[in-house]
Design a protein around this ligand. Structure first.
Ligand code: DIR
Ligand code: MN
Ligand code: MN
Ligand code: MN
Length: 311
């Protein structure tokens, strides 16, 4: 089967330099080789390039960059899916989820999204205390929340076409007041760390899928924020929160989703190679690669011998 890789060296959805360097660092850690080792036909579409425009909207200082970059990313994701390639999008900060999900939905229409994150990324420019767009992508994508936004110049290409009923969170443990209000008001499928403790990751994944993909027929999109993992396992990230998923839980979740045969897009975001010492960075990059591999068919039971080679 075929996979497309898209790098998004974008860091303007938050304030810490470095997260834009992750795509090339994850590539040079051997990503393409690892995926080819799974028997995949891999094409690297390279990094998103965009021209910036300046846009003035309250409490969204870099909206011009976000708008331009995510529009280009959406087009590249559509290209990859139309080429018959499942997409791996490597960020960059989580604002790029706007573009990758928009691209997926423009090709597949019926998409269910798993947002794996310590945070809900559900702020609007009015509720955000940080002004960081990486804390807003889910609210920008959700049709039910369209009325909570002012007109956003530069974003006309992106209609909020995802129903919030098709979004499920796993890993939450740092949710802002207004985000909690929205989750409760709309009954959003949200499994926090206490649910992972209570039910175990296997059951949490199944419960999330039953809610957002009840007929087992949607194209699945995983937007994986590396800060969903515990900082002991993935320290090099901009907004770490203690008490997160173990790498094992992250891998288990990805293995389960791979087995649906409908995991068509994976975002891996918020690795910041300028945070922490070399050991922390290597460790975080390694964790990211384990997550990616599990999402594309690596099995801890070992791989199968290709047909026709045994006997
Ligand atoms: C916070 C932090 N809720 C904000 N969000 C982060 O800035 O809106 N998302 N770090 O990954
Ligand atoms: Mn996030
Ligand atoms: Mn996060
Ligand atoms: Mn399982």
């Amino acid at each position: 089967s075929k996979v497309g890789i898209i790098g998004v060296p974008f860091d303007k959805g938050q304030r810490k330099a470095g997260v834009g360097e992750a795509p090339d660092i994850i590539r040079s850690a051997g990503l393409v080789n690892e995926l080819q080792g799974l028997g995949l036909n891999v094409h690297d579409y390279g990094n998103v390039q965009y021209e910036t425009a300046s846009i003035n909207v309250d409490n969204m200082p870099n909206l011009g960059d976000v708008a331009a970059c995510t529009q280009k990313l959406s087009e590249m994701v559509q290209q990859s899916l139309r080429d018959g390639r499942r997409v791996l999008t490597i960020g960059g900060d989580h604002s790029i989820g706007i573009g990758s999900i928009d691209g997926h939905v423009k090709v597949d229409k019926d998409v269910a999204i798993l947002w794996i994150d310590a945070h809900a990324d559900l702020n609007t420019n009015k509720t955000s205390e940080s002004g960081n767009v990486h804390g807003m992508p889910v609210a920008l994508l959700a049709s039910e929340l369209a009325d909570y936004w002012p007109y956003l110049p530069g974003m006309d290409w992106q209609q909020p076409i995802v129903s919030i009923r098709n979004v499920g969170y796993i890993g939450l443990r740092s949710v802002d007041r207004y985000e909690r209000l929205v989750i409760e008001k709309f009954g959003i499928t949200a499994f926090g760390m206490e649910d992972v403790e209570r039910f175990g990751i296997h059951e949490v994944v199944n419960m999330a899928l039953r809610k957002i993909d009840p007929d087992n027929n949607r194209s699945l999109h995983v937007s994986f924020d590396i800060d969903s993992l515990d900082p002991l396992e993935a320290p090099s990230t901009g907004t770490p929160v203690r008490g997160g998923l173990s790498l094992r839980e992250g891998i288990h979740l990805m293995e389960d989703l791979y087995r649906t045969n409908r995991l068509n897009a994976l975002d891996l975001v918020e690795v910041n190679p300028r945070i922490g010492d070399k050991k922390s960075v290597d460790f975080t990059v390694e964790a990211a690669i384990h997550i990616i591999q599990a999402g594309f068919g690596y099995s801890r039971r070992g791989l199968k011998v290709p047909e026709g080679i045994t006997d």
